[in-house]
Each structure stands twice: as structure tokens, then as C-alpha cells.
Design a binder for this molecule. Structure first.
Ligand SMILES: [Zn+2]
Length: 89
């Protein structure tokens, strides 16, 4: 799993989280918009995209630009479907 296109095809969800302890704001990443901006072949790993984001809440509060973290969530619904299908056999 390495590119934005692969993440979209795998139906994965990415969250961008603010690492400022006063904030901890969490926002869902719009993969489709990111693919339009960077191309589907652009990497989706933390080092590829984390520097592109800054926390909106911190920006509004005038706090200095802090680090953001990237969290990858697999397609749980598909995993559950697969588990059910396996149980039926
Ligand atoms: Zn923040």
C-alpha cells in the first residue's frame, strides 16, 4: 500500500490529526481531492503527505504550525463481509 490511488481502490480512510495537546483536532482526509491535486500515483505514507497539511483549528487560533499525524483506517465493512463469508463455508 503506497499510493493515493491504491488507498482509494482499497476503500481506506485516512484521518489527519493535530498533535498539539491543546487541540487534538481530527479531520477526515479527502482522498479524491488529494488525488486531483497530487495525482493518484503520489505516495500516501506519512512522509509523503503530512507536510502538506496544517491544523485548521490551530491556524484560526493563531497557534504556531504544529505537526500533524496521519492515521490509516482499513475498510472495516469489507473485512466484516469477508469474515462472514468465510464463516459460511
Ligand atoms: Zn490543532
Amino acid at each position: 500500500m503506497g499510493t493515493i490511488g491504491e488507498a482509494i481502490d482499497a476503500n481506506e480512510t485516512f484521518w489527519v490529526g493535530c498533535s498539539d495537546p491543546r487541540c487534538r483536532h481530527l479531520a477526515k482526509l479527502d482522498l479524491a481531492a488529494l488525488a486531483r491535486r497530487l495525482g493518484r500515483d503520489h505516495g500516501i505514507m506519512h512522509d509523503d503527505v503530512a507536510h502538506l497539511f496544517r491544523c485548521q483549528k490551530c491556524a484560526e487560533a493563531g497557534r504556531p504550525r504544529g505537526k500533524v499525524g496521519l492515521t490509516r483506517i482499513p475498510d472495516y465493512a469489507a473485512s466484516i463481509r469477508q469474515a462472514r463469508e468465510m464463516r459460511r463455508d
